[in-house]
Design a protein around this ligand. Sequence first.
Ligand code: GLN
Length: 536
Amino acid sequence: MNTKYIFVTGGVVSSLGKGIISSSLARLLLSRGYRVTIQKFDPYINIDPGTLNPYEHGECYVTSDGHEADLDLGHYERFTNIKTSRANNVTTGRIYQAVIDKERRGDYLGKTVQIIPHITDEIKRNVKLLGKTGDYDFVITEIGGTVGDIESTPYLEAVRQLKWELGRDALFIHLTYVPYLKAAKELKTKPTQHSVKMLQSVGIQPDVLVLRTEKELPAAMLRKVGLFCNVAPEAVIQSIDQPTIYQVPLRMHDQHLDDIVIKLMDADPTPEPNMDRWNTFLHKLANATEVVNIGLVGKYVELQDAYKSINESLMQAATYLDRKINIVYIHSEKLTDSNVEERLKDMDGVVIAPGFGQRGIEGKFVALKYCREHDVPTFGICLGMQCMVIEFARNVLGLTDANSTEMDTKTPHNVIDLMEEQKSISNMGGTMRLGAYDCVLREGSRAAEAYGRTNISERHRHRFEFNDDYRQQFEDGGMKCVGENPETHLVEVVEIPEKRWFIGTQYHPEYQSTVLDPNPIFLSFVKAAIDYSKEK
Ligand code: GLN
């Protein structure tokens, strides 16, 4: 069968959950035995979201090939278990950069370089990149932004042209919003009709409509929308808010989204999706009653998307351990010696979050000192691990004023220092140590026990590292360097074996934790937190 291209657009408002609908459809198609991938096209000019702060765009996700990507790629991986790559996330910046590079090389010699056809051709080339590998039956492309945005226009034009080329091998799914007006007690479909008109005005006829709603939409209303929008009645589907996003694939299947896609695209028939393992997870999620309380200490706590993958990893681990997760966000800037006890005493485990820069750092040390002294299960991730090292240096090894050179370039004890290869780098974009690296864990360490093996690979995103000059001092003092890169010998994992569970990872295990394959280190940490809650 030819590779099929599904385009997912959004209208009316942003944040409708195109990523969740795309991921849910991918999950269903995968569970029917098709080979599927999902990609996202983001209409902003940044080359990648690596240079955006989390207030702008939530978490920056990292793929195994070291691409700093939109957080939707995290959803794709968590729903599908597929490993995404640089090719799965393209921005307007990358499209323009590629076209401008070609122009400078002389590839368009003699021609005026224009949005149409040059930018649109480059978009089309990127849309088809993964499909051309022959590895996929379906390539789902999520177009970021909202129909009608100036910056989305070249993408819509490109996919309109692709529909001509691909015929039935291309399909459009448009996601809209149906508001409920409380005062009038009415659901309103007019915004949907207008949004579809806008799409039609650029030459795109949606094949499937997914209406996001907080209230059940009556069948007659779905039929009416279909009539107004030129869409077959059975292809107008509602997406009602669910208790968890992981229910969405089932709700889409109830309304035959996967069957509709297969039928409209003339795909080879397959059996009903096998969702057994998925359902087991959902069953556990719905039925857990006992709570495990995890404190997350970070500076972006007002904005939960900033720690999206960590939240999801904790939730997955708790679910498999038959617990309801209660993540308590603790603002590191507001944590002091005088309030730390009150803030942390009810926590069964504490995560010290990743991050950049000085702001909120002292609160992380306060939390770490408390957790270490009170033997609370504690997990430091990236900057969180670096803070573990610094706190231990200051308060156990007696290295007063120990610090990371990220925070204090003149520290007398640079226990965390800029990596050698980073010293000559001046560009900020895409220049960190990024992507998956191998790590060897020390036999008998708690980290090795957590993973059940000593050879692992996890994803990174940092410039600073544990300073090897201090390794022996830490080992002698009781903080062990139990994970290292087999080639560079960079320290990747530290732990204090005498404690219940006190581990810091230079890498970000949260990028590799999925619904069907939760990350073992999160499982081990949450298990330790549960055990501690029983002891308390
Ligand atoms: N700022 C630290 C570094 O660059 C940690 C980064 C992170 O937590 N992702 O090394």
